[in-house]
Design a protein around this ligand. Structure first.
Ligand code: FMN
Length: 437
């Protein structure tokens, strides 16, 4: 879609990412679009309206703006526009749009515009994943002419990591240019889509390519997988913990391969360095007990579960409430076993679900993997043996093989974590097809 000559109304709501709308505005102008701005009162606390008025060379539509001089801005602005962008779109605004509330310039424009509406949510991961926001987004996706952009995972302004980031301004522009929005030609009124043919979420920056998750020919279409990732931290006291060296790289490769196969991907992740691709929904936890609870809560919603996290087998029996003082005398930590997430999820497994575990062994690989497979009852175990130099923790390659019940253990092979992930995803695809019958 050529933006040259397009009239774009930019609604800005009160999120920390509001400063990115300045860049977006400039990018749209560079493409030849004319931009006008509407702001909520809260948004004006983040960036001054004067900035947008100066950049757009047009008065900003504000709640307490020159209402007497321009009494019908809430109708004139949306009527003028070929496209209404709300960037960033807060949880609050999403709720208002979904429920038909219109008490500020941005929600008024949303209600009164007939052109396509494109929303870019941005918020903290817990807010983004909250049932209310997810329900409201679902409602908005069912509205005619309304598109909701993906909010990729990554580091958020609040310091947490997870879904809820604002899509980068350049990606928003690419999305619009990608052409899946039914933009009217400059200044002609937009044609509303026919009833019942409401556009669904394009949920990806590149609109010209079908999202893998939406491609019905892919094996994971309509299927959901849960992956555990990273390591766990078992508190000794408020500042110390027991953990391990898992970097989370394998889980990130797995999430990417599952996404590319069309699955919806949810992750329960302990601490880790590697970052997940946009498109995966990430729930953060710290200890093995937290991870156990998060997995068991989500188990019934998925078709496949892959236990990739390096979960501590033991935790201190008591985590001291205060920092343990250095007395220079011997200190004995009493450890108790953590819940066995793999075993408990297999016990709770529903017919047709596939569960894959991981076994990291440093000796007697086959024997230990077969024992673990049998004890756990999992459908398969990915045996990995980080024994070679420059492989395993923190590296991109590892020695691995997939062990399945009643068959010989294939030889360990050195491969990338992506190849390892492909072996798992192929296995899950096959098992799910078999169980479909
Ligand atoms: C520093 C700060 C940052 C905020 N960032 C966000 C955010 O990124 N996303 C969001 O949905 N709400 C965020 N909020 C909360 C909104 O500002 C609040 O819900 C507000 O009522 C939204 O008003 P609006 O309708 O103008 O968007 C933030 C609040 C503060 C104080």
């Amino acid at each position: 879609m050529d933006l040259n000559g397009k009239k774009i109304l930019l609604g800005i709501t009160g999120g920390i990412a509001a400063y990115k709308s300045c860049e977006l505005l400039r990018l749209l102008q560079k493409k030849g679009a004319q931009v006008r701005v509407a702001m909520t009162e809260e948004a004006t606390r983040f960036v001054a309206p004067l900035t947008f008025a100066s950049l757009s060379k047009c008065p900003v539509y504000l709640k307490d703006g020159a209402v007497e001089a321009r009494p019908f801005q809430h109708i004139d602005f949306p009527r003028w526009a070929d496209l209404y962008l709300v960037v960033p779109c807060t949880a609050n605004a999403i709720g208002k749009f979904a429920y038909g509330l219109a008490d500020d310039p941005v929600s008024l424009c949303f209600m009164s515009c007939t052109c396509p509406r494109l929303l870019a949510p941005a918020m903290n991961v817990a807010m983004y994943n909250s049932p209310a926001v997810q329900r409201n987004l679902e409602t908005l996706r069912s509205f005619e002419n309304t598109y909701v952009l993906e909010s990729p995972a990554g580091e958020l302004a609040c310091g947490e990591v997870g879904s809820g980031r604002l899509l980068e301004p350049a990606d928003i522009v690419s999305f619009i240019e990608g052409g899946s929005l039914p933009l009217a030609s400059a200044s002609a009124p937009a044609t509303p889509s026919p009833r019942g043919a409401a556009p669904k979420t394009p949920a990806a920056p590149l609109a010209s390519e079908a999202l893998p998750e939406q491609d019905p020919s892919l094996p994971g279409h309509g299927r959901r997988v849960l992956i555990t990732a990273g390591r766990t931290e078992e508190a000794i006291d408020p500042v110390r913990y027991i953990s391990n060296r898992s970097s989370g790289k394998t889980a990130v490769a797995l999430a990417s391969v599952f996404l590319a196969n069309g699955y919806s991907v949810e992750v329960v992740a302990g601490p880790m360095e590697a970052e997940f691709p946009g498109g995966a929904t990430v729930h953060r936890v710290r200890s093995a007990c937290d991870m156990h609870q998060a997995v068991m809560e989500r188990l019934s919603q998925v078709q496949a579960l892959v236990h990739c996290a390096a979960v501590a087998d033991y935790r201190p029996k008591v985590a001291a409430a205060e920092k343990i003082k250095d007395s220079r005398s011997q200190l004995v930590l009493e450890l108790v076993p953590n819940p066995n997430i793999l075993r408990d999820s297999v016990a709770a497994k529903m017919p047709g679900q596939v569960v894959v575990g991981f076994a990291l062994e440093t000796d007697h690989f086959e024997k230990h993997a077969l024992e673990k497979l049998e004890k756990s009852g999992a459908d398969a175990l990915l045996l990995n043996a980080p024994v070679a130099k420059d492989s395993g923790f923190g590296f991109d390659c590892v020695n691995y093989t997939l062990v399945t019940p009643n068959s010989q253990v294939p030889e360990l092979r050195m491969g990338s974590k992506v190849e390892l992930s492909e072996a798992i995803v192929d296995f899950v695809n096959r098992k799910l097809e078999e169980s479909r019958g």
